[in-house]
Design a binder for this molecule. Sequence first.
Ligand SMILES: *Cc1c(COP(=O)(O)O)cnc(C)c1O
Length: 222
Amino acid sequence: MSVPETIHRLKTELPTDTRLVAVSKFHPKEAILEAYEAGQRIFGESRVQELCEKQPVCPKDIEWHFIGHLQTNKIRQIVPFVALIHGVDSLKLLKEINKEGEKISRVIPCLLQIHIAQEETKFGFSFDECRDFLASGELKSLKFISLHGLMGMATLTENPTQIKAEFKSLKNFFDELKKNYLMDEPFFNDLSMGMSDDYEMAIEEGSTMVRIGSAIFGSRVY
Ligand SMILES: *Cc1c(COP(=O)(O)O)cnc(C)c1O
């Protein structure tokens, strides 16, 4: 299926309140434009340098999401334009983003990345680290952060039962946080979970944002 055909198919398939992030990492500007012509406006990139090369040469109304692991020394390059940072995986990083936002007087929309997979290598807050942070009230002092929700990645496994259980645990945790700490945060509404191989399960479990790359653009050449 071509890029435009897949975009159209996904748009009809996804629930109306689920947003599609087209993950264009490792694919050239031409691929982005093909998806753009088909009506896609949200694109996700996982490397700062690549994002900063593409953003100036692509249409201005694209909403750029950063979905990768963000190093503190690179925050400055994306804060002027990034629409959402999905992978905020530590308090230190959140504070640094706040600092860089303050320098340019821009509030930065962020998702906290929660570790739900069994693999050691996936980044993120544990449930308890996240609870402790929100219970501390420290978020209030981070005036240049707008907390929009949570992001998570399931274990890379063939076992759908496990993947579903991990997504379910993240959705339950999201609801718990909203109820206990974030009732007054009007923007805490997003749950970013689901990729090419598991987005259907993620949607069943309450995802509001799916990050789909290879199913749209084909496999990546690293
Ligand atoms: C690459 C990537 C995706 C997209 O993965 P696909 O399997 O190609 O859909 C989604 N989320 C994150 C964080 C990624 O790094």
